[in-house]
Design a protein around this ligand. Structure first.
Ligand SMILES: Nc1nc2c(ncn2[C@@H]2O[C@H](COP(=O)(O)OP(=O)(O)O)[C@@H](O)[C@H]2O)c(=O)[nH]1
Ligand SMILES: [Mg+2]
Length: 251
C-alpha cells in the first residue's frame, strides 16, 4: 500500500548521494519525492532528466536549509511530510516506521532520534559532542524533554506543515530545527521520537559551518530561561568565592 506521505530532501551538492537515496526511497512506498536544490554546482540539476517522477525545485542560490524544508512542505498536500537529509545519514527504511509511529500515536511531529534508547550514531566524535551539548542546552533552556531536537530526520503531519508554513520568522539555518520544535510545542502539537540509526556521510561534505554552531548557542542563550540559568550560575560562583574568602580570612 502506498503511504499518503511525501519525502522532502533539502540538497546542496549531493548528486551522488541523491542518486542512491532516490533509488532506495522508491522501495519505501511513499507517494512522492521532492528535492529542494539550491543551484548546486555538481550537476544535481541533471538528475531531473534521470528521474522524471521525482519533483525537483531548483532555487536561485543558497537560500538555507530550513527554508528549503518549508518550501518542500508547501509543494505537497500529503497527510504526512518526511524531511530527511540527502547524504544517506538517514536510512530510507526508517521512513515507513516513522510514519507508522506518527499515525499510531497521532503525533504532529516524529523526530528520528539518535539519542533515545535504541538510537545509534556513528558520527565523528567531535560532532557527537557538539550535538549532545546543543541538545542538553536546548532541553534546559526551553524545558522540552526530548532527546534529539537537532535531528533533521522528521515526519510532520499536514496540520504541523500548515502551521509551520504560516510562520514568517523561523530561523533559517540549522538552529531552525529547534526553533520549529519549540514553536510546535508551544502551540500544543504532539511531538514524539523514534529511534534511528544515523550513519556518518561517506560522500560529499557537511554544510554545517562554525557560524551555524555559534548561531545555535546564541539562540539558546538568548532564551530567557537560559539567561536566568546562566545568571544564577554566575551569582552562585561569586557567592562561593566570597564565602571561601570569608572562611579563609575570618573563621
Ligand atoms: N537546499 C539546501 N540544502 C541544504 C542547505 N544546507 C544544507 N543542505 C542540505 O541539508 C542536509 C543536511 O546538511 P549536512 O551538510 O549533511 O548537515 P550535517 O549532517 O549537520 O553535517 C543535506 O542534504 C544538505 O545537502 C541549503 O542551504 N540549501
Ligand atoms: Mg549530514
Amino acid at each position: 500500500m502506498t503511504l499518503n506521505a511525501s519525502v522532502v530532501v533539502p540538497a546542496l551538492n549531493e548528486r551522488e548521494n541523491l542518486k542512491r537515496l532516490i533509488q532506495e526511497l522508491k522501495g519505501e512506498n511513499v507517494n512522492s519525492i521532492y528535492v529542494i536544490d539550491d543551484m548546486s554546482e555538481d550537476g544535481t540539476e541533471m538528475l531531473k532528466k534521470e528521474y522524471p517522477d521525482v519533483h525537483f525545485l531548483i532555487r536561485h542560490g543558497r537560500l538555507g536549509l530550513i527554508s528549503a524544508e518549508i518550501d518542500g512542505m508547501r509543494l505537497t498536500d500529503s497527510d504526512y511530510v518526511v524531511v530527511m537529509d540527502a547524504d544517506l545519514s538517514h536510512k530510507p527504511e526508517d521512513v515507513p516506521k516513522m510514519i507508522e509511529k506518527a499515525i499510531n500515536t497521532s503525533s504532529d511531529l516524529v523526530i528520528g532520534s539518535r539519542y533515545m534508547e535504541s538510537g545509534i550514531t556513528n558520527d565523528e566524535f567531535i560532532r557527537q559532542i557538539i550535538s549532545k551539548i546543543a541538545n542538553t542546552l536546548f532541553r534546559i533552556s526551553f524545558d522540552i524533554h526530548l532527546h534529539d531536537c537537532t535531528s533533521g530526520f522528521r515526519v510532520y503531519s499536514r496540520k504541523a506543515c500548515n502551521f509551520i508554513g504560516k510562520q514568517i520568522d523561523i530561523e533559517n539555518g540549522y538552529v531552525g530545527q529547534v526553533d520549529i520544535v519549540n514553536r510546535l510545542n508551544q502551540a500544543g502539537f504532539k511531538i514524539t521520537e523514534y529511534p534511528v540509526v544515523f550513519v556518518k556521510r561517506t560522500e560529499g561534505k557537511s554544510k554545517l559551518k562554525m557560524r551555524e554552531i555559534v548561531n545555535f548557542f546564541l539562540f539558546v542563550i538568548y532564551n530567557k530561561k537560559m539567561f536566568r540559568f546562566l545568571l544564577g550560575f554566575i551569582v552562585f560562583l561569586i557567592g562561593m568565592v566570597i564565602l571561601s574568602y570569608i572562611i579563609i580570612h575570618f573563621v
